[in-house]
Design a protein around this ligand. Structure first.
Ligand code: GRF
Length: 207
């Protein structure tokens, strides 16, 4: 069983989708804790309401990465809650050492685009501005780059002519809430292996 620590910065709808999949018996995992780098992030309130241990982790002085002392504080928090797998869910920082090496092939992220297109911020807006006809989301392992790790699951959505940034992001999020539990289920079932850049998905769990 995966013992998951969820890291977020925002409203936590992806955390909720993982929680719901576990509660429905669709994912053999436990969310051991939720950590946020923003003290009033709604993900913390959401977690507390559900009875999941939740804490703010000070990542100062950096704004866009988690590194050094801040990363060590996060590692301590995760260790205190007996976490063996990390799921980034709207966590708005690039992961650096010592956190990066602490969970080899045990740390994943969800990104609101069909990577490698549109890494970085507000990817749904990037897709719209570019004129892409397909947008979507990607669940991938974390590596040292920004949104570059091996891809586990992707789901696409059509871009509509009358889409705004808000309507497109809302439809992408519907797919995120399917993709994230699905990727975690594949991992929990032992069906995922990483071979170089490529993730192989076995047809069945190991015997
Ligand atoms: C999602 O769109 C996710 O792909 C991106 O940040 C957003 C977080 O949403 N990384 P939520 O906090 O899970 O609702």
């Amino acid at each position: 069983m995966l013992k998951i620590g969820v890291l977020g910065s925002g409203k936590g709808s992806n955390f909720q989708s993982i929680y719901d999949a576990i509660a429905a018996g669709l994912l053999d995992a436990e969310i051991r804790c939720v950590a946020a780098d923003v003290p009033d992030a709604y993900i913390l309130e959401r977690a507390r309401k559900l009875g999941v241990p939740a804490g703010f982790i000070d990542c100062a002085p950096f704004k866009t990465k988690i590194e050094g002392d801040g990363a060590q504080r996060m590692l301590d928090f995760l260790a205190d809650h007996d976490v063996d797998f990390v799921a980034l869910a709207g966590f708005m920082r690039i992961v650096k050492e010592p956190l990066l090496s602490a969970f080899p092939e045990r740390m994943v992220n969800i990104h609101p685009a069909l990577l490698p297109a549109f890494p970085g911020l507000e990817s749904w807006k990037q897709a719209l501005d570019y004129g892409a006809k397909l947008a979507g989301c990607t669940v991938h392992f974390i590596d040292a780059g920004m949104d570059t790790g091996p891809i586990i699951v992707q789901r696409a959505v059509a871009v509509h002519d009358d889409d705004t940034a808000e309507t497109l992001h809302a439809r992408i999020q519907i797919e995120e809430h399917i993709a994230y539990p699905e990727a975690l289920r594949l991992i929990a079932d032992g069906r995922v292996s990483v071979v170089g850049r490529r993730v192989r998905i076995a047809a069945h769990p190991p015997a």
